[in-house]
Write a protein that binds this ligand. Structure first.
Ligand code: ADP
Ligand code: MG
Length: 251
């Protein structure tokens, strides 16, 4: 290709922000010549490169923004160890219809049974499908919202939070919440109601949520909205952490 022509083309691609095409253009041009690609195939190939690169960038951005604490998948979840939830139920959730329908998912059970693992795995599937996901522990969420009181930014923080399609609130119930924290969490649940999806994990059965929130009335109001359209996974059994520590006893 003529050098001036090539430089002009590169400038045009730069202006159009077609970075990937610019990167592969020379190689792709050579390939097109040797393989005698049609004009259409040549163009389609370049466009495909650009689209794939953009998808990849978006995926990386969404994954970073999701702040998942680690990489957990449904594929590496051992359903033979955790028998209180079926693979089928989890795979059905992983089809993400619940996100499309703005439904919630609540995982309840004692420590170590895989609640956070499954919540992350569903979050990861959602990121891969192009949804905006945000992972937080309930404690971090209420701390975060508490801090907004200092500069009166609660509303705008709530808006930012609800710009996500899925908000994962991990570990509800480990610590009791005061009136402010309870109210803030209620507002998140109320604003997300029928608009977004929440994935909540808790070590406490619903009957005990009254003592997690500052009052039974706010617990009831929160549960009412959270559980209206919900998929509940009740996980039971031994802690996987202990299984890993004491492999011999379980065999
Ligand atoms: P929980 O949130 O219920 O306390 P986690 O999801 O954090 O428990 O699980 C504790 C650890 O055990 C994590 O490393 C998780 O990946 C692993 N784990 C739990 N259950 C399973 C399982 N059934 N198969 C594979 N790993 C599991
Ligand atoms: Mg957990």
């Amino acid at each position: 290709m003529d050098a001036t022509r090539f430089e002009e083309l590169c400038q045009g691609l730069r202006r159009l922000k077609l970075r990937r095409i610019r990167e592969v253009l020379e190689d792709y041009n050579r390939l097109a010549v040797t393989q005698q690609l049609s004009y259409l195939d040549f163009l389609a190939g370049l466009v495909q490169e650009e689209v794939a690169a953009r998808d990849e960038t978006q995926h990386t951005k969404r994954l970073k923004a999701a702040r998942l604490p680690c990489h957990k998948t449904i594929e590496d979840f051992d359903f033979q160890f955790q028998t209180s939830v079926s693979r089928q139920t989890v795979l059905e959730l992983a089809r993400l219809r619940f996100i499309e329908n703005h439904e919630n998912c609540v995982l309840v059970g004692p420590p170590g049974v895989g609640k956070t693992h499954l919540a992350i795995a569903l979050g990861l599937k959602a990121v891969e499908a192009g949804y905006r996901v945000y992972f937080t522990t309930v404690q971090d969420l209420v701390d975060d919202l508490y801090a907004t009181l200092a500069d009166n930014s609660f509303r705008s923080r709530l808006r930012t939070l609800l710009a996500n399609d899925v908000i994962i609130c991990d570990e509800l119930g480990y610590l009791p919440m005061d009136a402010t924290a309870s109210n803030h969490l209620f507002q998140v649940v109320a604003q997300a109601y029928e608009r977004r999806s929440l994935i909540v994990t808790s070590n406490r059965p619903f009957q005990e949520w009254g003592s997690v929130f500052a009052s039974t009335s706010i617990a009831t109001a929160t549960l009412d909205r959270l559980l209206h359209h919900v998929h509940i996974l009740n996980l039971q059994g031994d802690s996987y952490r202990l299984k890993e520590r004491m492999p011999i006893e379980r065999v």
